[in-house]
Ligand binder design. Structure first.
Ligand SMILES: [Zn+2]
Length: 381
């Protein structure tokens, strides 16, 4: 049983959404547009939470409810994010056959407007066909691209469905059922500044201490489910000054909470040991180096069991609309990690977007049609 998707309406919806520029924190226009669109589709409630004050966005997250007539059946939610990465101002969509791109100066914004367009088309179809369906909620977050900020400050009490699906993965016909947890790590190594030519003995070189600590740390892939990276270094003033302060920024990711903890502790211990082992000289006197490590729990892991209702439902739906879906484990973090962390099982569905976060971003309309068919099957299954 395959529902008829109105391709050209879907294409027009997608284009319209992409051309409303919405880089993170500047989501005011798209949020207003979506509220109006959901109202026209007959939403029973449209709620904007008060997260804007904490995320710095022009809008809060939107939680929209369509009550449906099947109160005896389990409801579900679809989630998307309304922000995009930059460059995003003045997006113009170019369509060549079934392929959508930007003009080349900006991203297209298919991440994540593919998801939003598919949901709007789904709701339009349910409405015009008067299709009976259970409660359906749509959660549209802000500031996903700058650290999942909308999801981190979302008012979860407003979501009534027991589980849902985040429409936010590149490619098509796969479902993400596992994603790592991550810690952000900021390390500040402090030494003592001194003139490098006149009295280098009096200095404690923070850069050398940071470098020597880093060589004791394993980077890259740590095991089959964990990674570590240091990606930013800041500090130093001039070549003739022994550097006093160096800041390093890195991250650890793991699908295992225990490993995440132990790898993070390992980094902490390595830096501490280097600093503790530092040997001064007569010229440094009481001067000692020090290290300060800040660890931020960035997001929890996503791990869904094969027999979880959220996975069972999509397996049934895929069968009903004859789609062959792959169930995969990914290496990134997204809103779905946060949702799962607060106890809302959420699987991530691929939306057809491609080459995201580049100005070469692309979408094939056929993939967006396929996604909408799958969402329809999920809703009525
Ligand atoms: Zn995204």
């Amino acid at each position: 049983m395959t529902v008829h998707i109105r391709r050209e309406r879907l294409a027009a919806t997608f284009t319209e959404l992409c051309e409303i520029s919405s880089p993170s924190r500047k989501e005011g226009a798209i949020s207003a547009h979506l509220k109006k669109a959901f109202a026209e589709l007959g939403a029973d409630s449209i709620y904007e939470d008060d997260s804007a004050a904490r995320t710095g966005s022009e809008s809060g997250n939107l939680i929209v409810r369509f009550a449906g007539s099947q109160s005896d059946r389990e409801g579900l939610f679809f989630s998307c994010h309304m922000d995009t990465v930059e460059p995003a101002m003045g997006v113009k969509v170019v369509r060549t056959g079934d392929i959508f791109t930007s003009m080349g100066e900006t991203v297209l914004g298919g991440d994540d407007k593919t998801g939003i367009a598919a949901v709007l088309e789904l709701l339009a179809i349910l409405k015009e066909n008067k299709t009976p369906h259970p409660k359906l909620e749509v959660v549209i977050t802000t500031c996903e691209e700058i650290g999942l900020l909308g999801a981190k400050h979302l008012d979860y009490r407003k979501i009534e469905s027991p589980y849902g699906y985040a429409l936010d993965s590149t490619g098509i016909n796969h479902v993400v059922i596992g994603a790592p947890a991550a810690n952000k790590i900021m390390i500040e190594v402090k030494g003592v500044a001194a003139h490098a030519g006149l009295c280098p003995e009096a200095g404690i070189n923070a850069l050398a201490l940071a470098a020597s600590s880093l060589t004791g740390i394993r980077l890259g892939r740590l095991d089959h489910e964990s990674t570590c990276n240091f990606g930013v270094i800041e500090g130093g003033v001039a070549t003739n000054i022994v550097p006093e302060k160096i800041t390093l920024k890195g991250e650890v990711r793991s699908h295992s909470r225990e490993k995440l903890k132990s790898y993070t502790e390992e980094i902490f211990a390595t830096f501490q040991k280097t600093i503790d082992n530092w040997q001064g000289g007569p010229a440094t006197g009481d001067g000692r180096p020090s290290v300060e490590i800040t660890i931020v729990d960035d997001y929890p892991p996503l791990s869904l069991a094969e027999d979880a209702p959220v996975i069972k439902r999509i397996k049934d739906a895929a069968e009903n609309c004859r789609k062959d879906l792959r169930y995969i484990v990914a290496g990134g973090g997204s809103d779905a990690n946060i949702f799962n962390g607060v106890g809302l099982p959420t699987a991530i569905i691929a939306t057809g977007m491609n080459k995201v976060h580049t100005v070469d971003e692309q979408l094939d309309l056929n993939d967006l049609v396929g996604l909408t068919e799958l969402l329809h099957a999920l809703t009525i299954a």
